[in-house]
Ligand binder design. Sequence first.
Ligand code: GDP
Ligand code: GDP
Length: 464
Amino acid sequence: MFTLAIVGRPNVGKSTLFNRLVGKRLALVDDQPGVTRDLREGDARLGDLKFTVIDTAGLENETDDSLPARMRRLTERAVEMADICLFLVDARAGILPDDRVFADILRRKNAHVILAANKAEGNAADAGVYEAYELGLGEPVRLSAEHGEGMADLLQVLMPIADEFTARTEAAEAEAPEIDVEVDDADGTEELPAYRAPSNAKPMQVAVVGRPNAGKSTLINKILGEDRLLTGPEAGITRDAISLKIDWGGTPVRIFDTAGMRKKAKVQEKVEKLSVADGLRAVKFAEVVVVLLDAAIPFEQQDLRIADLAEREGRAVVVAVNKWDAEDNKGEKLKELKEAFERLLPQLRGAPLITVSALTGKGLDRLHAAVLKAHEVWNRRVSTARLNRWLEGMVSAHPPPAPGGRRIRLRYMTQAKTRPPGFVVMCSHPDKLPESYSRYLVNGLRDDFDMPGTPIRLYMRSQA
Ligand code: GDP
Ligand code: GDP
């Protein structure tokens, strides 16, 4: 997670952008003495990027002709707190002397800057957008905070930076001591520790989620029974969720269990509600999410919600159908399940569906293999050379449409991130490219590079 500060002179649209990025998730910073009082902070979400955003707005009423010293001090502080600064100018007003004051502050502080020209909806803003180049801070991202335009472009600029930041953090954290996952019995509103990815030395983080009685406890106990328990259940981990570090068939795994402890709750409805909150937490914790279904009642609403959430959160997903020992007509049932899976969870296309019996242990070796494979493809990197050869083939097999007689050109492609894999395609008119074409590319990537069980993100970017 990185921190982004929105800076710029009053009235350029900082608050408007802040509100758009944060939505309802606004968290006002407490009145801590001194430091953070007048900087608003919130949890932002853009595509599948999550970050903290700091807004330096709110001092408009103090402005006279020159920029008040307080505004500068505030900006300097925000710059110090942030990993990246989003420097906003007003494309309608053009570049004013105060904008140059901000550019100087950012340069002096050696900040990592993204320049954005706001209020850029419509042609009236063109001149201002070009003027913004004069600041010497690179190509401005065209935005309209008010109308929500340009957010995809902003995402594409942020993505590689966020990636680099994550890689640095991970490298630093590989050395750090392990932190136990600690979750209390509340309703799921509390925060998990920031997501930490494993290095080779770290166990793979796996969560088993599913409806009450799907067989989660039985499954985990079976895995534990057959394999060596390394640590856990650990002190400090509360009664509602436990994380266990185990050696699962030779793979160090930290498994997050939201299971059986709920049996004591008296009201069934409460159990359902709690287990959803649990599932959410588990998904956030996990790298690989095992969605455990009960073969007798598969793909219930709750299962679909949690599977969809795992996909949206960008986790690797394996679907396991439990209690397979109790099924009579296995062939017919499997056909039904596959059909239902495709129909009800199209967003998980390609995710493995594994039949298991937690009770007898049958199928657990296949589950193990599927989890490893999903984790591997979730981390997969494809070289740019291979991607571009592939893209050429895809385009000649099935060229993109030519709206209004002008063919959309896909020029170049590269992988911008992993965990899950994300690809950027440089494209002449990204807004005109139909969704179906993106799906064609995503499905092709999945098949041709053998990437089952992981979400794949595709970002179309226009080339200047
Ligand atoms: P701040 O002082 O930088 O926080 O600016 P605000 O977010 O308060 O916005 C200042 C004014 O610009 C408000 O009247 C907004 O409605 C307007 N505004 C913000 N974003 C846009 C935009 O994208 N287009 C247009 N036309 N107006 C905008
Ligand atoms: P949880 O609420 O998801 O943790 O589910 P449990 O592990 O407590 O299992 C719920 C019930 O399903 C228990 O009665 C288990 O014995 C039963 N069960 C779990 N796995 C299997 C299985 O593979 N086959 C059969 N037949 N029953 C199972």
